[in-house]
Ligand binder design. Structure first.
Ligand code: ACO
Length: 331
């Protein structure tokens, strides 16, 4: 079964509540209908002004029956949500009055629905930038206990079935932390290992990537990676992890055994940790475009509750699959 179908099956079994803050965005509205029709969620909430939504639905010929419409500008929970937002932001000097005003933004309102359990998962980003979706999520949904930095991964399904996990890999971080410190790189590696277990259903073999393999080159960029490895080993001693490794040494058996013969990961890595966001973002797009890989993500990791970002170029089906991935994480 394909990754997207597996995620849909998981979500169908859970029947959780999805909030889509960009309810007045065309692809999002069409995706809401599909999510409900395919029974990927038990309940779908679209945020936006009802009259506008009904008018857009008419234009798109989308049947809104069964979809819950919530207007964040007039909803009865504004004051409750505003108070909670004030509690979260008062250390930054926010007033209660401002918090009540700010919480009516759909992204914040949706994130608060997830925080307070009025929805189980949020998907946004068809209209808003990644930065905006992430900020609302960082500030309101927050990270899981023990995790300082949330990050993201992609599930990459490549045609190279002799590599990784039958051709599939976790790539991280390709969308969230621009220039991670060693500590953040270590958190990204640990979270990505969990994502490998969850999404690829296999034992993670984590490679911290670099332009150097096991001391073949040196410099501050390499040091950052080796420092991250030391932190991962301390925090997750049971994890199969190694670095710094060049990409070919990480995934190609013959290169791994020649360049890093004593590495437990070289040649068989299925979870690839890029040293920064430029490498990660360029890397996944290269593999997607040149190797014709399927790229699922960015799947956010490390948040206290399920939330996902979309590319603004996403298709309706991308929103449906991302919704399934996100809902499959709901407890
Ligand atoms: N985990 C948890 N919290 C975080 C993280 C993180 N990784 N990063 C920032 N925060 C917190 C900050 O501590 C801050 O909290 P506070 O307001 O309580 O102090 C809050 O989030 C907002 O931080 P800002 O200072 O406003 O934003 P920051 O400068 O840290 O940037 C941002 C956050 C915008 C998400 C930045 O990391 C970013 O631009 N990332 C790249 C996004 C992107 O454009 N990706 C590529 C496109 S996606 C694609 O191609 C698929």
């Amino acid at each position: 079964m394909s990754f997207s179908q597996t995620m849909k099956e998981k979500a169908i079994a859970l029947q959780k509540t999805l909030v889509l803050p960009e309810g007045l965005e065309k692809r999002t509205m069409m995706a809401a209908r599909k999510v409900l029709d395919e029974k990927i969620a038990g309940k779908v909430i679209l945020l936006g002004e009802e009259k506008e939504m009904v008018s857009l639905a008419g234009e798109l010929n989308v049947d809104l029956s069964g979809i819950t419409i919530v207007d964040p500008q007039t909803d009865s929970r504004i004051s409750q949500y505003g108070k909670e937002y004030y509690e979260l932001r008062k250390h930054k000097g926010m007033t209660e009055e401002q918090a009540v005003k700010d919480i009516t933004s759909p992204l914040r309102f949706g994130a608060m629905m997830v925080r307070l359990g009025d929805a189980d998962a949020m998907v946004a980003g068809a209209q808003n930038t990644t930065g905006d979706v992430l900020r609302a999520s960082f500030q309101i949904i927050k990270t899981k206990e023990g995790i300082k930095s949330a990050s993201s991964c992609f599930v990459m399904e490549t045609p190279a079935s002799d590599l990784g996990a039958d051709g599939s890999f976790i790539f991280s971080d390709c969308a969230t932390i621009p220039n991670p410190t060693s500590e953040q790189l270590a958190e990204i590696a640990i979270a990505s290992a969990q994502s490998c277990q969850t999404y690829l259903d296999t034992t993670p073999a984590v490679a911290l990537l670099s332009y150097s393999t096991k001391g073949s080159a040196s410099g501050p960029l390499v040091d950052k990676v080796t420092e991250a490895l030391a932190i991962v080993k301390e925090k997750a001693p049971q994890l199969l992890v190694d670095g710094e490794l060049q990409l070919d040494a990480a995934i190609i058996d013959s290169v791994g055994s020649s360049k890093a013969p004593s590495s437990p990961v070289a040649g068989k890595a299925n979870t690839l940790i890029f040293p920064d966001l430029q490498a990660g973002n360029i890397g996944y797009k290269l593999v997607q475009r040149l190797a014709k890989a399927q790229a699922y993500g960015p799947i956010l990791q490390g948040f206290a509750k399920p939330v996902s970002d979309l590319s603004r170029g996403c298709s309706v089906e991308d929103i449906v699959v991302t919704s399934a991935i996100t809902l499959s994480q709901a407890k």
